[in-house]
Design a protein around this ligand. Structure first.
Ligand SMILES: *Cc1c(COP(=O)(O)O)cnc(C)c1O
Length: 465
């Protein structure tokens, strides 16, 4: 007999009757009628489809569970133990408490977002961050938009719509999440003029390509890959000099754009906007939530006349940041006033600079906790791994770290499906724990785990694999 035939024979209660059960009336009292009605309909439809008559108690419990599921927030906190510190799919940089407090203060009421308190006249939302961006990058002017993709789009659209932009073939980057430089250029309305080859581009390639319709030279920081071997690229200073000689703006998309030299924290050096401007760039674009460690934003710094044109583009209005972003960015930028304190106060930098021996000690403390939870269903050991910075930053520069490796008990070689089940059990914890499957195990890289007590508290019940 098919499920539908069985359903025909069984007697599920009518929606109206279920709504009069005391347990369901209590749910309506707590959460309102419309939600509970749709939960009852969904529950009965699911039972009918499954050919399951269900007891009254089971139906009431199912309705309660569905109502709570409808009310649960969709966007939730997770533990990022993937080993990728600035993980785009997991929200990139964690914000410092100063930024969170700043957002809370402006979120609940009115603020001087676009209001000049000195004159009582209309203000500009960029004013809250521009002075600090100028101070930290040495730029004449700055503006901020929704993200760096928007910053590149807006810059190109303002300065080069219907005109030609020269880019090296070696720099036609794709960043995860569908940012592809040629596509952004097309949407910005400019014509891409590729020069050089994938592995080698010379100054004369640019010089030869400059023609009547050329309006700017663009350099994109190849942040997520490295071309090795027989290669040549034109450095910023030489390209800047050529652009100046030809009187063309020189724009650099830095991507990560750390505001300080990361080498002081033992990390690989990434070019800073200040260095790039000093090398002759007229404008530099970079993200707020990558190495800067702030909220999602796109920052454009450089020549005042070019920034003024960008701010007048109607597209700026469509791409602007909201007040919460401005509040958070303002707070994070001020932490850069004292570079000595950054490694303590900016979480993204603190996590990137975290020492392996600290992570290993944490792994040793947590191993029995996770092993106890698995109660023989899996084995846990501590292994040396390599973390990635993420967000297209320096993928070839890995950071030594330590992980808990979970493998199914008794298995000589862990099968893919067994590891998937383990990963799913960690995702189903009250705060989902996201790791990665690699090296024949499920790895939890502990570089980004700072809330040790909250993490330990997740593991008090038995695991269900
Ligand atoms: C990350 C990146 C972008 C896109 O920045 P978003 O802030 O994610 O929009 C653009 N260009 C480069 C070189 C990048 O690394």
């Amino acid at each position: 007999m098919s499920a539908a035939d069985k359903a025909g024979l069984m007697r599920l209660p009518a929606v109206d009757r279920v709504l009069r059960w005391p347990a369901i009336e209590a749910l309506i009292g707590a959460h309102g009628r419309p939600l509970v009605v749709s939960a009852v309909r969904d529950e009965l439809a699911a039972l009918r489809a499954a050919g399951d008559a269900g007891s009254d108690d089971a139906i009431a419990a199912g309705v309660a569970a569905r109502t709570l599921a409808l009310l649960a927030p969709s966007l939730r906190k997770v533990f990022n133990l993937t080993g990728t510190v600035l993980h785009t799919n997991l929200g990139r940089a964690p914000l410092p408490p100063e930024a969170i407090e700043a957002m809370v203060k402006v979120a609940s009421g009115a603020s001087n977002l676009e209001f000049d308190l000195a004159t009582g006249k209309r203000g500009d939302r960029d004013d809250h961050v521009e002075a600090w961006l100028r101070r930290l990058t040495g730029a004449e002017a700055a503006t901020v938009v929704n993200n760096n993709a928007a910053a590149v789009l807006l810059t190109l659209n303002t300065l080069a719509a219907r005109k030609e932009v020269i880019v090296s073939r070696g720099e036609l980057v794709e960043i995860g999440g569908a940012f592809r430089l040629p596509d952004i250029m097309a949407r910005a309305g400019c014509k891409l003029r590729e020069v050089g080859t994938t592995n080698r581009t010379h100054l004369h390639d640019y010089a030869d390509a400059i023609g009547r319709s050329t309006t700017l030279l663009l350099k994109a920081h190849t942040s997520n890959y490295r071309v090795e071997g027989f290669t040549a690229a034109v450095d910023e200073a030489r390209l800047g000099a050529l652009a100046a000689e030809k009187n063309l703006p020189f724009v650099v998309d830095l991507g990560s754009g750390t505001l300080i030299d990361l080498a002081r924290f033992g990390l690989p050096h990434e070019p800073t906007p200040a260095e790039t401007l000093a090398n002759g760039a007229d404008l530099v674009t970079f993200s707020g939530d990558k190495l800067l460690g702030g909220p999602q934003a796109g920052i454009i710094v450089g020549r005042a006349d070019l920034i003024a044109r960008i701010k007048k583009n109607p597209m700026k209005r469509a791409l602007r940041c909201d007040k919460l972003t401005i509040a958070a960015l303002d707070a994070v930028l001020r932490l850069y006033a004292d570079p000595e304190c950054l490694v303590q106060r900016v979480p993204a930098i603190r996590l990137l600079a975290r020492q392996p021996d600290i992570i290993e000690a944490l792994a040793q403390r947590l191993r029995p906790v996770v092993a106890g939870w698995l109660a023989g269903q899996g084995e846990v050991d501590v292994v040396a791994v390599q973390s990635q910075i993420g967000s297209g930053s320096l993928p070839v520069d890995l950071l030594p770290s330590f992980a808990l490796r979970v493998t199914p008990s008794g298995a000589k070689r862990a099968s893919g499906s067994a590891l998937e089940r383990i990963a799913a059990a960690f995702r189903a914890l009250p705060v989902p724990v996201i790791g990665r499957i690699a090296d024949g195990g499920f790895l939890l890289d502990l570089r980004c785990l700072e809330e040790e007590a909250n993490f330990v508290a997740l593991f008090d019940g038995p695991a269900r694999l």
